[in-house]
Design a protein around this ligand. Structure first.
Ligand SMILES: *[C@@H]1O[C@H](CO)[C@@H](O)[C@H](O)[C@H]1NC(C)=O
Ligand SMILES: *[C@@H]1O[C@H](CO)[C@@H](O)[C@H](O)[C@H]1NC(C)=O
Ligand SMILES: *[C@@H]1O[C@H](CO)[C@@H](O)[C@H](O)[C@H]1NC(C)=O
Ligand SMILES: *[C@@H]1O[C@H](CO)[C@@H](O)[C@H](O)[C@H]1NC(C)=O
Ligand SMILES: *[C@@H]1O[C@H](CO)[C@@H](O)[C@H](O)[C@H]1NC(C)=O
Ligand SMILES: *[C@@H]1O[C@H](CO)[C@@H](O)[C@H](O)[C@H]1NC(C)=O
Length: 234
């Protein structure tokens, strides 16, 4: 019986390694939890399965009480301290977006000194209405990052504008491409977000690509407002 369990455990790990993203224990800073779904689970593996099913990048596990917090919403907070749960995050190697120069559909009032797309990838989270990327009002605003080299791309994390206007971030398609002519949809965030929400959007399994694009797809009067965009490769 023990042997069988071990065999099942090993094969689950093997399958996961081959086809999907793995998680590792981690810490998070500057983020607090708005809410999660909390359930009793049999094991960490069970908690991981729930989180993977809901395409979560981050989940929490209390090993003593065997409780799982998944399907969580997060918000930016410089002073946030995480509770004493074990935090797990999808494995990643680098934030491939950092200091790349994104292309965008438009810049609000054409004013790049206030709202350049570069503010989305400068590694600085502005809490103001400036030094963020802010598009015009248009039907389908988008931001695209050329990672320069082909990368194995996993999830993205978006720090939605903090001071106001969070609900502008809704119905966002996350997609990747090798050549900018054909994009593969990789994830979707319905939202709407709240101001300062930290939105993690994921995928089934990581895939190779060079170009990563986020675009708003519903409604006609939209504006993309992003304090920071991180793109994680494995
Ligand atoms: C979390 O909060 C959001 C926004 O207030 C709400 O729509 C959602 O139902 C809540 N989820 C849970 C699991 O409580
Ligand atoms: C921004 O620049 C574009 C292209 O030069 C121009 O068509 C548009 O009218 C400008 N918009 C504003 C608000 O200045
Ligand atoms: C951008 O906006 C700022 C502040 O609103 C203003 O001082 C500056 O002149 C504007 N720059 C351009 C190029 O319009
Ligand atoms: C792209 O790949 C080349 C060659 O391997 C390397 O020299 C360069 O640093 C890479 N650029 C980025 C932005 O990763
Ligand atoms: C990009 O090309 C590689 C093969 O070179 C392929 O494995 C991958 O799925 C392609 N990515 C996309 C988004 O089409
Ligand atoms: C772009 O890449 C996709 C996926 O790799 C491929 O199916 C498509 O034919 C490519 N298009 C061009 C114009 O190269």
């Amino acid at each position: 019986m023990k042997f069988l369990k071990l065999l099942i455990f090993l094969s689950v790990r093997f399958i996961n390694r081959a086809t999907t993203q793995r998680y590792r224990q981690d810490t998070k800073s500057n983020i607090f939890i708005i809410n999660c779904t909390e359930t009793h689970v049999s094991s960490l593996l069970h908690c991981t399965a729930l989180s993977r099913e809901s395409k979560d990048v981050t989940f929490f596990f209390d090993n003593q009480k065997k409780r799982c917090r998944w399907n969580c919403l997060f918000q930016y907070d410089m002073d946030a301290v995480f509770p004493g749960w074990q935090c797990y995050e999808m494995e990643w190697k680098t934030n491939a977006a950092l200091n790349k120069r994104p292309l965008v559909s438009s810049v609000y009032n054409n004013n790049t000194s206030n709202w350049s797309p570069d503010f989305a990838t400068d590694g600085v989270i502005s809490i103001q209405d400036v030094q963020i990327f802010h598009s015009h009002w248009e039907p389908t605003p988008w931001i695209m990052v050329d990672l320069v080299n082909m990368s194995k791309i996993s999830f993205v994390r978006v720090f939605v504008r903090i001071d106001t206007g969070g609900k502008r971030f809704h119905d966002v398609i996350y997609e990747i491409s090798n050549n900018t002519s054909t994009y593969e949809q990789f994830g979707f965030f319905r939202g709407p977000a709240v101001s300062g929400q930290v939105v993690e959007i994921c995928c089934g399994s990581p895939d190779l690509g060079q170009y990563v694009r986020l675009r708003v797809t519903q409604g006609s009067d939209n504006s993309l407002n992003i304090a920071e965009l991180e793109i994680f490769s494995v």
